[in-house]
Design a protein around this ligand. Structure first.
Ligand SMILES: N[C@@H](CCC(=O)N[C@@H](CS)C(=O)NCC(=O)O)C(=O)O
Length: 197
């Protein structure tokens, strides 16, 4: 399989950590894009990540790629029983929303002509980000719990916040979340995929 990615995309990082935690390193070759212009050649979405399967199918969307990798490796990255399943989905979806909120702000700040930048969008997405940080902090996450697609998404989103939204100071007043992040980052799958910027 081939994973079309970039070293600093938080969406691609979800898939890259999943590859490693699912033990699929030998089966998935990572291909870093040279330009966004080449992306539509890998599928209609034209976004990274894209997974090209062994049957030459092109799967997009990080969430779906991660579930596919988890399924083919039988990796157990999504609990199958309550209440762990619901907990995983609540946290994964919260981190997913956080990632989208951070990405939306990054688009406004870095790709929009300053005269067209929307301060209302920036405020709305920043408020959304703060609510998500709070929810994740209040979840009292434990680094010695089994890795799931939730923990993968949380760390990918927070790592992206460090890069694109340092003004959020997400660690401030959220010692539990900060401690969780630090501990998770000692795992090779997480450390080796830290964004390069
Ligand atoms: N919903 C998608 C978002 C992926 C995404 O937006 N990736 C960005 C890079 S971080 C991208 O490819 N942007 C190119 C573009 O928007 O044309 C996912 O979860 O995979």
């Amino acid at each position: 399989m081939k994973l079309i990615m970039s070293n600093n995309s938080p969406y691609a990082r979800r898939a890259r950590i999943t590859v490693r935690e699912a033990g699929l390193n030998e089966q998935v070759e990572e291909i870093a894009i040279k330009s966004f212009a080449e992306l539509p050649t890998y599928g209609p979405g034209g976004k990274i990540p894209v997974l090209i399967t062994n049957t030459d199918q092109s799967i997009c969307e990080a969430l779906i790629i991660c579930r596919y990798l988890n399924a083919i490796a039988n990796a157990g990255l999504v609990p199958i029983q309550s209440p762990e399943l619901e907990t995983c989905l609540v946290l994964e979806s919260t981190a997913s929303v956080l990632m989208d909120a951070l990405f939306a702000r990054s688009l406004e700040n870095n790709q929009r002509d300053p005269q067209y930048r929307s301060s209302s969008v920036l405020v709305r997405e920043q408020n959304r980000s703060q609510r998500c940080y709070d929810t994740l902090d209040q979840a009292s996450l434990r680094a010695d719990d089994p890795v799931t697609l939730a923990s993968i998404t949380i760390i990918a989103a927070l790592g992206y916040a460090d890069w694109r939204a340092p003004e959020d100071e997400w660690r401030s007043g959220r010692a539990k979340l900060a401690n969780y992040f630090e501990q998770m980052m000692t795992r090779p799958a997480f450390a080796s995929t830290a964004p390069t910027y």
